[in-house]
Design a protein around this ligand. Structure first.
Ligand SMILES: Nc1ncnc2c1ncn2[C@@H]1O[C@H](COP(=O)(O)OP(=O)(O)OP(=O)(O)O)[C@@H](O)[C@H]1O
Ligand SMILES: [Mg+2]
Length: 227
């Protein structure tokens, strides 16, 4: 059985034989506000705090300052200069993109991450988010280029979480086939409330339960309510 990366979401590891198989590339997708970034951040944060693992959060959607302040609001201590959590803010690369050209952008992105792998040796990676990466990379042949991008991620030898948006056709380029795992965060509305559910749509190299379970976030901790 492959070794596992614990999500440290109560009960989530238990429904997939102890955690995400190490090395998997896992998509976390959901509608706006479904706590995708919070879940990805919490997995990285807890692996750093409780497992002593190094983590890299790549923030393409918002500045690292805005991500950190959101996460502080949820109760996570901000990373210090000495911490094992590195947050890469590509805002600067976005700003200068018209000058460097779109093709060069994805190359620079890869080189940055590879350098961080060499010098910092992160074991857990989050990329937030895939639609923004696809937009910035301006893939000419998205299916083919995404195939090689996922292969490149696997070669990094870390466990990767990719935040993705739930749109009309979220897996237009077969992203769900390319990923080793797909976790869906589903916002469901009843008369009074909007509740959050989590379902594992797929997870290679492990047996897992298939249902949707309520996901609660309380005091800086996620918990899956299982029967
Ligand atoms: N304890 C809580 N339980 C449920 N939701 C919460 C809790 N605390 C904060 N939130 C909500 O979580 C949302 C922020 O989550 P997050 O930014 O992770 O979502 P997201 O899916 O990444 O959003 P976006 O689509 O904007 O990127 C906010 O709407 C906030 O109100
Ligand atoms: Mg987000």
């Amino acid at each position: 059985m492959p070794s596992r990366l614990k999500t440290h979401v109560d009960n989530l590891d238990a429904i997939m034989e102890g955690g995400v198989p190490e090395g998997n590339v896992v998509i976390i997708f959901g509608k706006p506000g479904s706590m995708k970034s919070s879940l990805a951040y919490s997995i990285l944060h807890n692996n750093m705090e409780l497992e002593g693992k190094k983590a890299l959060y790549v923030c393409l959607e918002q500045s690292s300052a805005s991500l950190i302040s959101n996460m502080e609001g949820l109760g996570f201590k901000p990373p210090t200069g000495h911490s094992d959590m590195n947050i890469l803010d590509i805002g600067i690369l976005r700003k200068y993109m018209p000058q460097i050209g779109y093709q060069a952008w994805i190359e620079l992105f890869r080189v940055d991450i590879q350098n961080l792998k060499k010098n910092f040796n992160f074991e857990v990676l989050a990329i937030d988010s895939l639609p923004v990466l696809e937009m910035l990379a301006k893939f000419k042949e998205p299916r083919e280029e995404l195939f090689y991008f996922f292969e490149w991620l696997r070669e990094l030898k870390c466990t990767t979480f990719i935040v993705h948006e739930e749109a009309d056709n979220p897996f237009e380029y077969g992203e769900d086939y390319l990923a080793d795992g797909v976790i869906h965060l589903d916002l469901r509305r009843d008369e009074k409330n909007v509740n959050l559910y989590l379902g594992i749509a797929k997870m290679r190299k492990t047996v897992h339960r298939r249902g949707y379970f309520p996901l609660i976030f309380d005091h800086g901790k996620f918990e899956l309510v299982i029967d």
